[in-house]
Design a protein around this ligand. Structure first.
Ligand code: HEM
Length: 503
């Protein structure tokens, strides 16, 4: 299949200098009741973990800018592509750290949620310096090794089964695979979570039982983090999001982090760190010219915790969504199989090289189309940095809260056609993408530094698994995404796996 690269076209012509003054009122909103504000409308989505759908519908019904009131939070949601791009790329906005402020016992410092400013800049510089092309190359080698291990595990389950099939939850495997990739590449430490998990599944007494707890804890931290941003502190106990509820989770992660961090920290203090293999700990463990550690112990611990989240939960949930879409769209799967067989023939034993992954164009469309239709992030938050700001005819002031509502615009028929809600990878062939309508990795100074790694990982995993196995959806599952740090399937994705049949 040959295709021209995706073209970006401007969202709309720059507006002529306005002759009408901005309105001073509030953008469209639901009835703002005294004391309880929008709580009557918000309660159901909050309790069912589906407020990403709620905000999407509000932007659809109230327009490209709308305001939402919850207790002392006044939030503006925007679904106009030009203004969303402005929110993410212009100096008129900055990210604030309200997520970290409510989770000091979990993250405290985390590049992905840090306030735009000098501390963020110091962390960003350190992390990005370690995430160049050599990082992606290392990640490619590790991913190929681990996905081949995974293939052997699936093969063994099939061989040991009575009917040549077995049922598993793909998100659990992908979650542990991507965590193993991340820790091997970023921290030069083998957690061996994937093997530990499969040993337990196979009834073997694994040396490492931690992997079983991981999914529950990751999802629980997501829930706690999100709830704490909405729920007033006096209700934290009721929602089981208090400091006490978090202790078992942080104890679990601290033990994990300490395993690789303690020996490296000691090396750094003894001045031997430079000689060790370069990874993301190397810049974090650097000393200043005065011989002081550049980052505090808490900063380093929190950044490790944050990278473990940003680097694995995002990718594994996205790949899980690709499996879901492919199981529900056999025609797309058939086209993808043809592409995989053409570029990695069944008799070949050599996995495609990193530079050969670009040949898998249809796979690229499948990945993008999954991100468009089942994006894992509802929106990206910022606050106004300048004293005064105008948007879409309304006036705002410093620190007013904004969210660029990604999911609304990813599914807007105005930009994607009347079939916007449908999964159609072919739409990406020669697609002219309107600027600001597709930003799954963000835009501007906070744009995802792990994008190349994530896309590479997804491609390697999908090529290898789809080439080798057939996957079938187990009926009766909940297939609607729910909120968390990332939107995800509430119980993962149960699939029946068999050896791939001839088509
Ligand atoms: C499909 C997978 C992924 C998606 C959809 C994704 C998405 C994003 C988005 C939208 C942002 C911007 C946040 C903002 O503007 O506030 C972001 C930031 C970030 N991502 Fe990713 N990401 C993915 C994978 C990864 C991976 C694999 C890593 C690391 C290995 C990573 C590390 C980070 C970090 C550290 C930031 C914070 C950057 C900053 O604020 O300066 N991400 N990601």
């Amino acid at each position: 299949m040959t295709a021209e690269p995706t073209v970006i076209v401007p969202a709309r012509a720059p507006a002529p200098a306005s002759t009408t003054p901005a309105k001073s009122g509030t953008p469209p909103h639901l009835t703002n009741w005294p004391l309880i504000h929008n709580m009557p409308d918000f309660l159901t989505p909050l309790l069912t973990d589906t407020f990403y759908l709620y905000y999407r519908n509000l932007n659809r019904t109230l327009g490209p800018i709308m305001t939402h009131f919850i207790f002392d939070r006044v939030e503006n949601y925007v679904s106009d592509p030009t203004e969303m791009k402005r929110i993410l790329t212009s100096k008129e906005f900055r990210r604030n750290d309200f997520f970290l402020k409510v989770t000091p016992d979990v993250f405290g410092y985390a590049l992905f949620a840090m306030e735009t400013g000098p501390v963020w800049q110091k962390h960003r510089k350190a992390i990005v310096s370690g995430m160049g092309p050599q990082f992606v190359r290392k990640a490619y080698g590790v991913t190929v090794d681990l996905v081949q291990d995974l293939t052997r595990m699936f093969d063994a389950h099939i061989v040991n089964s009575e009917d040549g099939s077995f049922v598993m939850n793909i998100r659990e495997y992908l979650s542990l695979l991507t965590l193993d990739v991340l820790t091997r590449v970023a921290f030069s430490h083998d957690m061996n979570c994937l093997q530990g998990f499969d040993d337990l599944k196979s009834g073997k007494d694994s040396v490492d039982k931690r992997s079983v707890q991981l999914r529950t804890y990751v999802d629980e931290i997501g829930r706690i983090g999100i709830y704490r941003t909405f729920v007033p502190k006096f209700l934290w106990g009721f929602f089981k999001i208090s400091e006490t509820d978090v202790v078992p989770i942080t104890t679990y992660f601290d033990a994990m982090i300490n395993e690789f961090l303690a020996p490296r920290r000691q090396k750094a203090e003894e001045g031997e760190e430079e000689e060790s293999e370069s990874d993301l700990l190397t810049p974090l463990l650097k000393k200043t010219e005065d011989g002081e550690m550049l980052f505090s112990d808490k900063e380093i611990r929190d950044e490790c915790m944050a990278l473990m989240f940003a680097g694995h939960d995002t990718t594994s949930n996205t790949i899980t969504n690709v499996f879901l879409q492919l199981c529900q769209h056999p025609d797309a799967l058939k086209t993808l199989h043809q592409e995989i067989d053409a570029n990695y023939p069944p008799d070949s034993t050599e996995f495609p090289r990193l530079d050969e992954l670009s040949k898998f164009e249809y796979l690229d469309y499948v990945f993008k189309e999954t991100q468009r239709t089942k994006n894992i992030l509802m929106g990206l938050d910022r606050v106004v940095a300048s004293e005064n700001m105008e948007m879409l005819g309304y006036k705002f002031k410093k620190n007013d809260y904004f969210s660029a509502n990604l999911q609304t615009v990813f599914l807007d028929p105005q930009y994607w056609g009347p079939d916007a809600e449908e999964f159609k990878p072919e739409r990406w062939i020669n697609k002219e993408v309107v600027d600001g309508t597709f930003m799954p990795f963000g835009a501007g100074q906070h744009m995802c530094p792990g994008m190349k790694m994530a896309i590479m990982e997804a491609k390697v995993v999908l090529i290898q698994l789809l080439r080798t196995f057939d996957f079938e959806l187990i009926p009766g599952q909940k297939l609607e995404l729910v909120d968390g740090i990332v939107c995800h399937l509430p119980n993962g994705l149960e699939l029946k796996v068999t050896k791939r049949r001839e088509e």
